[in-house]
Write a protein that binds this ligand. Structure first.
Ligand SMILES: Cc1ncc(C[n+]2csc(CCOP(=O)(O)OP(=O)(O)O)c2C)c(N)n1
Ligand SMILES: [Mg+2]
Length: 630
């Protein structure tokens, strides 16, 4: 140690120098792990990370408008790059830091790597309480940054400069682990960031983190092959893991050889092209009748890279075959073990390749394959029908989705996260490549859409990025339009205004609650009116098109479907971020196709509609299953 050469750097300079030199390699392809750093400066990071970034412009700094948004952008970047690359995010202390907590949860829930570097209170403490410090009577060893603990896969606080020597390698291990990845938070007291230390030069040498393709236990694989051979009605559920592992080609070969049909989760949509004859489309609560019918009768479910969210399982009602059993291929043993499955803990690509060899000569019976293919065709006809609806006076969401799908370039990326759009898109979007459909539906965080679009465009500048966003999400966070203009990264934002929360409005009506609190209207006699209120209800004077224009976007306002189609054409030749604004119908929804979602209903109430909805709910709730036997 004493003989080592050292470099005297501030802790922050050491962090950035270290990050700059971290690389990952998978399948022999090497790349830098960090594409730079998003940030918003304040007194908690300006002289530390801020100074270091200024001194090292080769580690690109991106100025964000909102800390939550910048984490979403980093998450979307990582998702677009299949977790092989991400960005760091630096914030000041206090509100700047806690603004990132929601972003951290988004990353962790979606199993996507981001490195968060929030500023923290003075480690030396003598000047406390500093501006924005939350004091505690019972300890001085706490700050708002402790809020990151439950939403981070790794959390640390750097109280002395030399601690980064052990903290950052630990952070890198988690970030680059396919099974453990998520938000990593390394909290940096503002004085420590700026303090200098003689770091061993070896700490800054180039490091390449190998991303492994781990293989499952041989015996369990053999058992899985035997289960598949014995099954009569197997179904594959393709989750995000298929796409992150770049296992889509082997999945296609697997399906071609075995004839097993595929249903797709929100994160897994695009695993097969939409027009593959054995692609049944979306699975579960927002699923297609094709997927949901096959799932209902399946005797074997092969889940690949899925965490079986309630949307995927229709709140545990999707699989009704009494003897149904599960094989789960997953890098994380946590997910592989769900539903008492036979756990194939391993990389999706490596596992499918091995399983395929073991299944030589096996295929599902012809009737089953034919049945699945018929359902696929029937579903495609239903999508055609919804795309062709021409609702008046306001267009339907389904037809607008159809227009974006058909008029966007084939290699484009569409991004969405919350509202009524995700369910409609899950059913209706025709994914033409594995990156075509980018849904953040782990956290379904309103406000992800535009920020996420920015992250995608930074990760894939050669592709068109279509952001599909509702008026509610837009109002919550549209700030990164400004960043997209600053960075000259064009987004095509499709803003669907239905004057409030169409999704939660419909949910509210289904619970007997009349859309209460989900419309953008003035109160009447001190109460916000629901959907049954008459025509006297007055809308709010909100003008989102003008709002978007004021942020620097090119805005095209549409009234009709024809305007919308024309706008999708015009927008291609506009060079900066553009917003296509259109109002659409609050009430005309895409049907439910035999899926279900458990949302609890008031067990007692003074409203008869609520009581009626409750009794309907009990019938469905009774179908929820535990899967306790392998
Ligand atoms: C941050 C956040 N807050 C609340 C919710 C709950 N929520 C889900 S959808 C929604 C309304 C979305 O409105 P809008 O974007 O206009 O889409 P629409 O439902 O009208 O299609 C709300 C409040 C959420 N998903 N995320
Ligand atoms: Mg809305």
């Amino acid at each position: 140690m004493n003989q080592q050469t050292t470099r005297r750097l501030t802790t922050a300079q050491a962090v950035i120098t270290f990050l700059k030199n971290q690389y990952v390699e998978r399948d022999g392809v090497e790349q830098p792990f960090f594409a730079g750093c998003f940030g918003i400066f304040g007194h908690g990071n300006i002289a530390g990370i801020g100074q270091a970034l200024q001194q090292m412009p080769e580690f690109r700094y991106y100025q964000a408008r909102n800390e939550q948004a910048m984490v979403h952008a980093a998450v979307a970047y990582a998702k677009t790059r299949n977790r092989l690359q991400t960005l760091a995010c630096t914030s000041s202390i206090g509100p700047g830091a806690t603004n990132m907590v929601t972003g951290a949860a988004t990353a962790t829930i979606n199993r996507l790597p981001v490195l968060l570097l929030p500023g923290d209170m003075f480690a030396r403490r003598n000047v406390a309480p500093v501006l924005q410090q939350l004091e505690s009577e019972h300890t001085q060893d706490i700050s708002v940054n402790d809020c990151f603990k439950p939403v981070s896969r790794y959390w640390d606080r750097i109280s002395r400069p030399e601690q980064v020597l052990t903290a950052l390698p630990a952070a890198m291990r988690v970030l680059t682990s396919p099974a453990e990845t998520g938000a990593v938070t390394v909290s940096f007291p503002q004085d420590v960031q700026a303090a200098a230390y003689a770091y061993p030069a070896a700490f800054f040498h180039k490091r390449v983190w190998h991303i492994p393709r781990n293989r499952p236990d041989r015996g369990v694989l053999e058992q899985a092959a035997a289960w598949i051979r014995a099954s009569q009605r197997p179904l594959i559920i393709a989750g995000g893991g298929v796409i992150y592992a770049e296992a889509t080609d082997v999945l296609e070969r697997f399906v071609a050889q075995t004839g097993i049909p595929v249903a797709e989760t929100m994160a897994g949509k695009g695993s097969l092209r939409y027009d593959h004859p054995l692609n049944l489309g979306a699975m579960g609560a927002t699923g297609t009748f094709a997927a949901n019918r096959i799932a209902k009768e399946a005797d074997l479910v092969i889940g690949i890279g899925t965490r079986y969210s309630d949307f995927t399982t229709s709140s545990k009602t999707a699989f009704q075959q009494p003897e149904v059993r599960f094989i789960n291929i997953n890098v994380a043993s946590f997910d592989a073990a769900k539903h008492f499955a036979l756990p194939l803990v391993g990389d999706a690509k490596a596992t499918l390749e091995e399983l395929l060899t073991m299944l030589a000569g096996y295929a599902v019976n012809e009737n089953y394959r034919t049945h699945a293919m018929q359902l696929h065709r029937a579903w495609e006809a239903e999508v055609d029908r919804v795309y062709a609806i021409r609702n008046e006076p306001l267009p339907s969401q389904g037809e607008l989705i159809g227009a974006v799908n058909e008029l966007s370039t084939p290699d484009a990326i569409m991004v969405c996260a919350a509202g009524s759009l995700p369910g409609d898109l899950h059913k209706l979007w025709r994914a033409r490549h594995p990156k075509n459909y980018h849904l953040e539906y782990g956290y379904s965080c309103m406000g992800y859409e535009i920020a996420g679009g920015l992250g995608i465009k930074l990760a894939a500048p050669e592709r068109d990025v279509y952001v599909m966003v509702g008026d509610g999400s837009y109002l919550m966070m549209s700030s990164e339009i400004v960043t997209s203009i600053q960075e000259n990264r064009k987004l095509i934002i499709v803003l669907l205004d239905n004057n409030g929360y169409k999704s939660i409005g419909a949910l509210s009506r289904s619970l007997g609650q009349d859309g209460f609190g989900t419309r953008y209207v003035y109160p009447t006699n001190g109460v916000l009116p629901g959907d049954s209120a008459g025509a006297e209800v007055q809308s709010l004077p909100v003008d989102l098109a003008t709002n978007a224009r004021s942020l620097g976007a090119h805005v095209i306002e549409c009234k009709t479907y024809a305007d919308f189609v024309a706008a999708l054409d015009t927008v291609r030749s506009i060079e900066r971020t553009s917003v296509i604004y259109i109002q659409n119908d609050r009430y005309l929804g895409v049907p439910n196709y035999e899926g279900w979602w458990d949302v609890p209903i008031a067990e007692v109430s003074e409203m008869p509609q609520v009581e009626a909805a409750y009794s309907e709910w009990t019938t469905m709730q009774a179908q929820e299953r535990y899967f306790l036997e392998p």
